[in-house]
Write a protein that binds this ligand. Sequence first.
Ligand code: GLP
Length: 239
Amino acid sequence: MLDKQSPVPMYVQIEEHLKRRIVQGEFEVGMAIPSERELTELFDVSRMTVRQSITNLVTEGLLYREKGRGTFVASPKVEQPLSGLTSFTEDMLSRGMEPSTKLVRFKKVVAELDIAQALQLAEGEEVFVVKRIRHADDKPMAIERSYLPVKIVPELNLDAVEGSVYSFIENHQLAISHATQSMEATLVKKEDAELLQISVPSAVLLIERMSYLTNGMPFEIVRSMYRADRYKFISEIRR
Ligand code: GLP
């Protein structure tokens, strides 16, 4: 099955073999792949080699490991376009996935200097601080920390932050216009890793969004930390 004369390393050949079986649907999403021992026998290679291939496929997001249970086929990554100003709720619904939110923090505080400046607030003005874990089909996808000026959304409530903040805003005679966004890779902190149910160290994608109403007022700053094994960001570029 493997070509031992080939310059392509054994672990790469095993990766390709497993990938093929996943893509062809022989191993379905959520299904366990054969154990390391079985693969070692099947390919007649060392356990180290098999482990290397599996680790690479886990890093790529094709497989995931569960302690004491085995290695399973992961759901395909969510392909998130970077072009539209959409909400998490809209993004998941448009894919036929069920969005849900676990609220970690929701409070009103006097804005810290940097947040106040970015949101064009005067010293002493208040913001809502919201920390939420966003789920799709009950699986954690991202952690979001948002800051919203109290004077813009004074009635922001539990129902809204556990549902869709954008729907709440648009149901309150406010019109969302545009946003600026940045994206960078970072390593997840231990506390957030637990919330996202990923191991430490893991890379995550950090997106910062600053969004404006049509009247030019900024209404949110959001730091979203996306699981790198669940997301792929897509943008269209033109020449
Ligand atoms: C996305 C964006 C956030 C935005 C959120 C609103 O996740 N990254 O910046 O605040 O959507 O989502 P919802 O309306 O579901 O609360």
